[in-house]
Every structure is written in structure tokens, then in C-alpha cells.
Design a protein around this ligand. Structure first.
Ligand SMILES: [Zn+2]
Length: 191
């Protein structure tokens, strides 16, 4: 662990002034990374002095601070890799249940449903009426799961994000704007 000391800012609220230093034979220059959850990692060439690294990190304190502020707005849910198979099953069960419920209530019919390892999306709908859902969905609060299900069901009628589409979503989920915001700040990471 290194330490880059107090960096003064307007709010003077540095989340953490520690960083993890990784010495790498392959690295030719210093590199600072701020993880999705705000943890700072520095990669440095083997021979670079600790003082030099500290000074470099201190110099980039404002940038690190900004990244950490962004990270503090995120809601990070961590899931151990070994739990993934169970999670997939749980998500499949929940999706089946909620899809059935909302499809019956609003008169939607879909074809195939798949639970997938989707990196950037919670769900998707194909032109032929197949629905895909991210296997991590079971970790979300119920209201967010319902919003995702409703969103994809509405794509069966409107395969776009037009005004008509959002009207359909609002019919089943009046607070969708809030839920979308909540979903944007939610990140699930597997460790
Ligand atoms: Zn959509």
C-alpha cells in the first residue's frame, strides 16, 4: 500500500488516500487506475523509486478524487464467481415468474426466453419476439427486476425507444424514470 497524503479540494473529502502499488517488469511507465468501486491501483516499473511514485500519484490527486466521487455515486453489488451457477438458476426462475405475470396482465406474447451473460445490457428483445435477460438480474431489488421485464415486454410491440414505447412502459410502470436512474447507478461485479 502507498500513501499519497492529504490532497486539498473544495470539499476536502478524499475518500481514501491509499493506493495499491503493483510493480511490473513489463510496465515502462506509471499507470493509475481507479476501480469501479473507487479503489486506486498504481502500476509502476520495478526500478522506479517509491518517492517518485508517491509524488506522481499526489500530482494526480484531483483526477483520482474526481473518479472516486463518481464511484461513490454507484451502487456496487459484488458477487463471488462461485455463486454464478446458482444465480443463473435463480434469475431464470424469477424472470419466468415475472414475465408470466406481466405478459398475462398486459396481453403480450413472447417466444423463447434466454438467460445470458450479457456484459452491458440487462435485457434485450429480438425482431422475432425472443427475449434475453442478464443472469445477474436476481441480485437487483424487485422493482428494478419488474421494470426490466416490463421494458423488454413493451419492445414486443415497439422495437425502439420512441414516445409510443415509453408510453407503453409507463402504463405498467409509472415510476420508470426513477427506476432507470437507479438502474444506471447499479453495477454488479463478479469477483
Ligand atoms: Zn429498450
Amino acid at each position: 500500500m502507498g500513501y499519497y497524503g492529504p490532497v486539498l479540494h473544495d470539499t476536502n473529502q478524499l475518500q481514501s488516500s491509499e493506493y495499491t502499488l503493483v510493480r511490473s517488469r513489463r510496465s515502462r511507465s506509471l499507470r493509475i487506475m481507479v476501480d469501479i468501486d473507487g479503489v486506486v491501483r498504481v502500476t509502476a516499473p520495478v526500478l522506479l523509486s517509491k518517492n517518485y511514485v508517491d509524488a506522481y500519484v499526489r500530482k494526480h490527486g484531483a483526477w483520482i478524487y474526481k473518479r472516486q466521487q463518481q464511484a461513490s455515486q454507484r451502487n456496487i453489488i459484488k458477487v463471488p464467481k462461485k455463486d454464478i451457477p446458482v444465480l443463473k438458476e435463480k434469475t431464470a426462475r424469477i424472470i419466468k415468474d415475472r414475465l408470466g405475470y406481466f405478459a398475462a396482465q398486459y396481453g403480450y406474447s413472447y417466444k423463447k426466453v434466454s438467460i445470458r451473460d450479457q456484459k452491458t445490457r440487462w435485457g434485450s428483445c429480438s425482431r422475432s419476439g425472443n427475449l434475453n435477460f442478464n443472469y445477474k438480474i436476481a441480485l437487483l431489488p424487485e422493482k428494478l427486476i419488474d421494470y426490466i421485464v416490463i421494458h423488454e415486454l413493451c419492445h414486443l410491440k415497439e422495437l425502439n425507444h420512441s414516445k409510443n414505447f415509453w408510453n407503453l412502459v409507463a402504463r405498467a410502470c409509472p415510476e420508470h424514470l426513477l427506476l432507470r436512474k437507479e438502474l444506471r447507478r447499479t453495477h454488479i461485479v463478479t469477483r
